[in-house]
Design a binder for this molecule. Structure first.
Ligand code: TPP
Length: 409
């Protein structure tokens, strides 16, 4: 009998625009509940971590449990600074995009702890293969802000010479691999890099980040197979921010109880982490890095978070989710939570926070003025046109030579 009903399930999001978001169905374990195994644990023994959630900051903003990394207040303040800078930078760049100063921008609002705490728990010599929402790594590693902006406005000082979308940074000196717009490619590349590091007997660890939607790509599964087979010193991170543009995470997760559980099918040590908890993210990355550095193999981590703003400047989330959803998100805001933790320790206060915000806003405004002195996308100067043919192939292929002749450059 003919029917218009699909014969297979098509998952739908929990809430649509206009609905009252209610996240009470989420099973979020209490801070401090998760056990911290030794770093040489067998992957298959991490089921409780993959089903549960590593959380350190409790609802009173106190650090509790075995995963508390017991960081010095100076380190916490440094983390707070990098996260605030990431947010201030994102806000300013979005405004500049709206003013036509760049073609495109992507913010990481609400996900700052994932990249900042993750980068701080690694060594700067460790290799990273991020996606487009981990700009916090660059701040944590001390990249020059003017250089970052020059890339975004594709001017004469853009180290990518206008060949990449804004936000798709590369920074070889900072061991930061070029961000690929082809989702998922960074995972197998990271595993390959990690295997090469092991082959060369360095103690370098490799880490990569993708989003929840990207786990539906074949590259995700290929990477986990390789990492498991060769026990590569790699940390494979999935940032579950609940959305892949307008597609809810329930499209990519299938029947798996958590994204973290997918790693167990490959025998990889896997865990789910509160992605809005700076201390939990730091502790998880520190554990995984020690495991990799000591030859115990890969770790796969899901960060449970929420994309608090649009996917990009080309997206309007009010078309597919309630406007109040970000505020209703039960894991709160990563900056507020670390700030409140520091205040509770007597190591921070509102006045200092306000001063930090002001200082970083001024720094970003001043940096943009300097970046603009090297040109903008609209007014130039841009990279010279012949440069589009350079740097990619050592020996230019006949097609490139022909195209260059056709252009007469
Ligand atoms: C192979 C490939 N398919 C599709 C796209 C288009 N695309 C860009 S971002 C995106 C959503 C990715 O979502 P997710 O992996 O959850 O990461 P998030 O943006 O939420 O951080 C899509 C479909 C792409 N860039 N590459």
């Amino acid at each position: 009998m003919a029917t218009n009903e699909p014969r297979y399930r098509v998952p739908v999001p929990n809430f649509r625009p206009g609905d009252e978001p209610d996240f009470s169905h989420l099973n979020i374990p209490a801070a401090g509940d998760a056990k911290r195994p030794s770093v040489d644990v067998e992957g298959r023994e991490t089921t409780a971590l993959a089903l549960g959630m590593v959380r350190v900051l409790d609802h009173n903003h106190q650090a509790v449990g075995e995963w508390n990394p017991e960081l010095d207040p100076d380190v916490l303040r440094e983390g707070l600074r990098h996260m605030v800078l990431t947010r201030v930078y994102d806000e300013r760049m979005q405004k500049l995009q709206r003013q036509g100063k760049m073609s495109f921008y992507m913010k990481s609002t609400g996900e700052e702890a994932v990249s900042v705490a993750g980068a701080m728990a690694l060594k700067n010599s460790d290799m990273v293969f991020p996606s487009y929402r981990q700009q916090g790594i660059l701040f944590a590693r001390g990249r020059d802000i003017v250089d970052m902006m020059c890339h975004c406005i594709s001017n004469s000082k853009d180290n990518l010479k206008g060949r990449q979308l804004p936000v798709h940074y590369t920074w070889a000196e900072g061991n930061f691999f070029s961000i690929s717009g082809n989702l998922g490619t960074q995972f197998p590349q990271a595993v390959g890099w990690a295997m090469a590091a092991r082959y060369k007997s360095t103690d370098q660890v490799t880490a990569s980040w993708i989003g929840d939607g990207t786990t539906a790509e074949g590259d995700f599964h290929g990477a986990l197979t390789l990492a498991s087979t060769y026990k590569a010193p790699v940390i494979l991170n999935v940032v579950n921010n609940q959305f892949a543009i307008s597609t809810h995470q329930n499209m990519a997760i299938g029947e798996a109880p958590t994204f973290a559980m997918k790693g167990l099918g490959y025998g990889i040590a896997s865990m789910r982490v509160d992605g809005n908890d700076f201390l939990a993210v730091y502790a998880a990355m520190q554990w995984a890095a020690e495991r990799a550095r000591n030859g115990h193999g890969p770790t796969y981590v899901e960060y449970f978070s929420y994309r608090a703003d649009a996917h990009s400047t080309s997206d309007d989330p009010s078309g597919y989710r309630p406007k109040t959803e970000a505020r209703a998100w039960p894991l709160g805001d990563p900056i507020e939570r670390l700030k409140n933790h520091l205040i509770g320790l007597g190591e921070w206060d509102e006045e200092r926070h306000e001063a930090l915000d002001k200082e970083l806003n001024e720094l970003v405004v001043k940096s943009y003025k300097e970046a603009e002195s090297f040109g903008t996308l609209h007014d130039g100067p841009l990279s010279p046109i012949p440069s589009i043919f350079e740097d990619v192939f050592e020996d230019q292929d006949w097609r490139l030579i022909r195209q260059r002749q056709d252009l007469g450059v």
